[in-house]
Write a protein that binds this ligand. Structure first.
Ligand code: ADP
Ligand code: MG
Length: 271
C-alpha cells in the first residue's frame, strides 16, 4: 500500500489543533488499515508525547535525520498495538535545527530527501509542523503533496492566514510547485458560542470550497487524551471528539471534485 501521500499540517499560530489533528487523523487512518507515518517536526515534541513516546538527547529523531542525515528508517517507532501507525519522533535537539539548517546545502529539501527512502512503505505521511514559518515548516511544505490547515474557531482566526498563504505561494514558486491545499479544518468549535458560528461562517466565506464540512468540536476528552499517551479513538472512542475525527477521516479519504491548488487562486475567483 505505497500511495505515500505526504500531508503537511501547518499554521504558524500555536494552539490551533495541528498536533491534535496530526495524531488523531493518523490514528483513524491506521485503524482503517492504512500504513501511516507521523513526522514530528516540532521541537516541542507534542505529537511524540501525545503518543506516549519520550525522547531524550541522543535518541535518533527528526533532528538527526534532517540535520545529520541519519537514515530515517532507523528512527521510526512503531506505535503498538496498532500495526499500521508509525512515528518519527522529535526531541529537544530540534530547537537548534532552525539555525543549524541555515548554512546547509538544500536546506529546505532535507526532509523531502529523507522521506524519499520510506515513502513507498506508507499510504499516508502526516507532518506535524511547529508554530512558525521558519525553516522547519518550509521543510515540511517542501516535502509535502498538500497542506492541511487547522483553523481555531476563535476571534482573529483569519489573522495569520494571509501570511501562511504567502508562504505557501512562495514555496510553490521556488521549492515545490506541486504543493496543493488539502483543506482547512475548523477546530475547537463551541456550539453554544455565537462567535464560533460567526468565525466558521467567515472562514467559509473567505475560502469557498476549501473548508471541510466536518467541524471538530471543543471536547475535553480530546485535551485529556495526550496526557494518557493515546489518540482519542483509543482513549475514549465514543467521545464527541473521537466521532468528529472519524468523520473527518471519512471526508479526508473521500475523492475530491477538483484539487485545490492555491488559497490565493480560490480567493481571486471569488473577487
Ligand atoms: P497546535 O499543535 O496547533 O499548537 P494542539 O493540537 O496542541 O495545537 O492544541 C492545543 C491545545 O488544545 C492542546 O492542549 C490540545 O489538547 C487542546 N485541543 C486541541 N483540539 C481540541 C479540541 N477540539 N477540544 C478541546 N481541546 C483541544
Ligand atoms: Mg503542535
Amino acid at each position: 500500500m505505497g500511495l505515500g501521500r505526504i500531508v503537511c499540517i501547518a499554521n504558524q499560530k500555536g494552539g490551533v489543533g495541528k498536533t491534535t489533528t496530526a495524531v488523531n487523523l493518523a490514528a483513524c487512518l491506521a485503524q482503517r488499515g492504512y500504513d501511516t507515518l507521523i513526522v514530528d517536526l516540532d521541537p516541542q515534541g507534542s505529537a511524540s508525547s501525545a503518543l506516549g513516546v519520550v525522547t531524550s538527547t541522543g535518541t535518533t529523531s527528526t533532528y538527526e535525520v534532517i540535520v545529520q542525515e541519519a537514515a530515517l528508517a532507523s528512527a521510526l517507532v512503531r506505535m503498538a498495538p496498532n500495526d499500521h501507525l508509525w512515528l518519527l519522533p522529535a526531541s529537544r535537539d530540534l530547537v537548534g535545527a532552525e539555525i543549524e539548517l541555515v548554512p546547509l546545502v538544500a536546506r529546505e529539501h532535507r526532509l523531502s530527501e529523507a522521506l524519499r527512502e520510506v515513502r513507498e512503505r506508507f499510504a499516508y505521511i502526516l507532518i506535524d509542523c511547529p508554530p512558525s514559518l521558519g525553516l522547519l515548516t518550509l521543510n515540511g511544505l517542501t516535502a509535502a503533496d498538500s497542506v492541511l490547515i487547522p483553523v481555531q474557531c476563535e476571534y482573529f482566526a483569519l489573522e495569520g492566514l494571509s501570511s501562511l498563504q504567502r508562504t505557501i505561494d512562495l514555496v510553490r514558486r521556488r521549492l515545490n510547485p506541486a504543493l496543493e491545499v488539502e483543506g482547512l479544518l475548523l477546530t475547537m468549535f463551541d456550539t453554544r458560542n455565537t462567535l464560533s458560528h460567526q468565525v466558521a461562517q467567515e472562514v467559509r466565506r473567505h475560502f469557498p470550497g476549501l473548508v471541510y464540512a466536518t467541524v471538530i468540536p471543543r471536547n475535553v476528552r480530546l485535551s485529556e487524551a495526550p496526557s494518557h499517551g493515546q489518540p482519542i479513538i483509543a482513549y475514549d472512542p465514543a467521545s464527541k471528539g473521537a466521532l468528529a475525527y472519524q468523520q473527518f477521516c471519512d471526508e479526508f479519504l473521500a475523492p475530491k471534485p477538483t484539487p485545490a491548488k492555491s488559497l490565493a487562486a480560490q480567493v481571486e475567483r471569488r473577487e
